[in-house]
Structure formats: C-alpha cells, structure tokens
Ligand binder design. Structure first.
Ligand SMILES: NC(=O)c1ccc[n+]([C@@H]2O[C@H](COP(=O)([O-])OP(=O)(O)OC[C@H]3O[C@@H](n4cnc5c(N)ncnc54)[C@H](OP(=O)(O)O)[C@@H]3O)[C@@H](O)[C@H]2O)c1
Length: 375
C-alpha cells in the first residue's frame, strides 16, 4: 500500500474516531449529525429512490459526493454534483484510478456486476457498502438474524435479472462483494420495505393516501398483524454513519420486531390525514380465497403478507445489531406525515398513474364479497 493511500484511508477513519469518542461534531439524532472530516464518497446509483436521500444526507454532513450512473433516471436531480456516466453492466474504466473513502453500491442486482465494480474499486476504496435486502434470506419460516441462511438458486450463472430470484441474486451479490473486500472494509445492509418521500413503488404509500380519502376502507388481516418497514431517511442516515464511522459487517435495517402493526398504521394514517375511516378488516383466509375466486385478478397487498408457512416470520427480522451500531428509527407517524406532504407535491399525472395495491372498484368488490361471506 502506498503512503498516500495509507494517509487517505487514515483520513477516512478520523470521522469514525470522532464518532466513537462522542465528539460534538457527530451527535446522535438525525438532523444534528454533521461530520468533522469531509470524505469522498462514490455512490453507484444515486438518483433512484433511496440514493437521493443518501446523497442529501452526505452533502448535509459536509462530504463530497460523486455519482456513477447511466444518466437515465432523474438525471437533473443533482446538477451541481459530479456524475461519472457509465453502465455497470459494461466497461468500468471510466471510474479511473481515483481513490474514495467510501463507495455505496446502491444499484447492485446482478452478482457479476457487483463483482466487476467491487474488483475495479477494491484497490482504491477505503470502504464498500452494499445495499442488499432482507429478501436475501433463504426463508422466513423462522425469525432471521444476520447469520441466518441465505437464498440460493440453481442457475449459478444466470445472466438475466429476474424478480423471481431477486433474493438469491442479492445473496450472490453480497458474496461477490465479500470476495473483493476484506471484512473490515465491507458493510452489507439488508433493508426491508423502504418507505418515505420519493418512494416510486407506491407500496406503503397506498395506505395513507387511501386513508386520506375516507369512507369504508378495506384493511387486511387484523389490527394485530405485525409489519416491519424502514424509513428511507433512517436508512440514509445509517449509511452515512457507516461511512463516517467505518462501521463494517452485515446489518438488517428494519423497524424493531413487534414494534408496529397494521392497526397502528391505521391509527397513524388517520391521525395524519384527519380522515374519517370506517375500516373493514378482512381475514387472511378470505383474502387468499378471494384471489383465486377472482379469476387471477386478485389483490396484491404490499407491506402486508399473511404470516404463515415460509413467510410466518417475515415481520420478525431482527434489527438489534443495526440499532446497537447506531440505526435510529423515527416514529412511523412522522414517515406518514412526510410521505403525505411529498405526495401532495406530485403532478396530477403521477398521482393518476400510482402503482397502488387496488383501485376503488376492486376495494368495493372485495368488501362486498367479504360481507356476503359473513352474512
Ligand atoms: N425499495 C425497497 O423497498 C427496497 C428494499 C430493500 C432493498 N432495496 C434495495 O435498494 C436499492 C434500490 O435503491 P433505489 O430504488 O434508490 O435505486 P434503483 O431504482 O434500483 O436504482 C436506480 C439508480 O441506479 C442507477 N442505475 C441503474 N442501473 C444502472 C446501471 N446498469 N449502471 C449504472 N447505474 C445504474 C440509476 O441511474 P440510471 O438509470 O441513470 O443509470 C439510479 O441512479 C437496490 O439495491 C434495492 O435492491 C430496496
């Protein structure tokens, strides 16, 4: 290792030393965190949903951020930031031989591309943070922690991405990063459903937006049904904490087990939107049977999932390790409040084309069918 590189990496560690010593430059709660030492951070994919939150948090703490992407997604978002244009599926020579205190790999879905970027960057990066997913676990039939078995797939050489194998591919992406970076220079984060302002999936967003319209509303399962999410800002804060404090290792980034339920979500949605809702709780078995009785149209209920069989513990993924390392989960009511504020700024066309769980026709249909079944 050259002297300059050693000095560079040492500089990267200073933030961590300051944080560990509890110096005022790095106080705990979100908004007041600010680093004493500007770091050079490369983000692979910083313009999707979670990337921009990481970018803003890193900039807010005084770091220097460079983006690497193809220039196709939200490419006017950060006009003042340096963007290295390139496709991670192609030649990575554009990344050159620059040194980075940290690289955040936020767009890794295929193991060979993670392998390529990690091997290209390993000689120059002081720290590699790979954004994985809890989907990387082999099963949710038992509660998972970070040491639980990971998903596998038969086709070890798959060249095409498929959502069917998303989790197994993420697990292999993790392995690819592990092969290129020493354990103390690598962080793997496994988020569950990421929610908050900017979420283009509209999954969690469905519930507060639908609640805001009031009236009789379909709710799945029971108020006691547990769920886990992660606010995108909490994840972004933790990513920047990992960079500054050189936090290595693997962490589930989730809200604590047993901390939140569908019933509490309903309460929070009502409190934020001040809507008058008449909830109709439809039990799991009926929802399942309605799907098949519906000739395939069915209902798709994001965030919520029947807690049975292989998914029995999908809402009991331990987040204790991340909390011990500094992850702070804000109250979900705050997530809902900020989500609604963001939603109200969106153009009409975006709102009209929301990727929602169900439309009002489907909702009326399932409520009517449920009432008939109970009559
Ligand atoms: N949303 C969730 O609930 C959830 C849950 C768990 C984990 N995750 C993980 O979170 C990350 C998703 O973050 P996200 O939604 O912010 O991003 P994303 O939409 O998956 O990625 C978009 C970013 O990556 C860039 N990008 C995409 N393909 C590229 C390529 N071939 N070469 C170079 N850049 C490329 C995009 O820019 P260009 O298009 O301009 O290239 C954009 O900046 C993923 O790793 C996902 O697995 C998400």
């Amino acid at each position: 290792m050259s002297n300059s590189r050693r000095e560079f990496l040492k500089a990267g560690m200073l933030g961590g030393v300051a944080a560990a010593a509890g110096l005022p430059s790095l106080s705990i709660a979100g908004d007041s965190r600010k680093s004493s030492k500007p770091l050079d951070i490369l983000i692979l994919g910083g313009t999707g949903f979670i990337g921009p939150h990481m970018v803003r948090e890193a900039l807010r703490r005084g770091h220097s951020v460079t983006l690497f992407n193809r220039g196709r997604t939200n490419n006017t978002l950060f006009p003042d930031l340096e963007t290295i244009k390139g496709d991670r599926a192609g030649d990575l020579e554009v990344l050159g031989n620059r040194e980075w205190h940290a690289v955040v790999d936020n767009s890794g879905y295929m193991p060979q591309y993670v392998q390529n970027s990690a091997s290209k960057l390993a000689p120059y990066a002081g720290h590699y943070i790979f954004i994985s997913s809890i989907s990387a676990y082999a099963s949710f039939s038992l509660p998972n922690n970070e040491d639980s078995p990971l998903a596998t797939m038969a086709d070890e050489d798959a060249q095409e991405f498929s959502w069917e194998f998303y989790g197994a591919l993420k697990a292999r992406c993790e392995r690819a990063a592990t092969e290129e970076f020493d354990a103390d220079l690598l962080t793997i984060l496994r988020p569950t459903f990421i929610c908050g302002p900017g979420d283009h999936t509209d999954r969690f967003t469905y519930w507060p937006v639908r609640t805001s319209k009031g009236g009789e509303m379909f709710w799945p399962g029971s108020p006691q049904h547990e769920i886990q999410i992660i606010d995108v800002r909490d994840l972004a804060n933790f990513v920047v904490d990992c960079v500054e404090q050189r936090i290595s290792g693997t962490y589930n980034t989730v809200t604590p087990v047993e901390s939140y339920t569908m019933g509490r979500m309903l309460e929070d949605c009502q409190a934020v939107t001040a809507a008058d809702i008449d909830p109709v709780w439809v039990d799991d078995a009926f929802i399942e049977s309605f799907k098949s009785a519906d000739g395939g149209k069915g209902v798709s209920l994001p965030i919520w999932h029947p807690l049975t069989g292989d998914a029995a513990h999908v809402s009991s993924v331990s987040g204790e390790r991340a909390v011990a390392a500094g992850l702070r989960n804000r109250p979900i009511r705050e997530t809902i409040r900020d989500l609604m504020t963001w939603w109200d700024t969106l153009p009409e066309e975006r709102i009209a084309n929301a990727r929602f769980a169900m439309d009002s026709e489907q909702e009326t249909e399932i409520i009517a069918a449920w009432k008939d079944a109970k009559a």
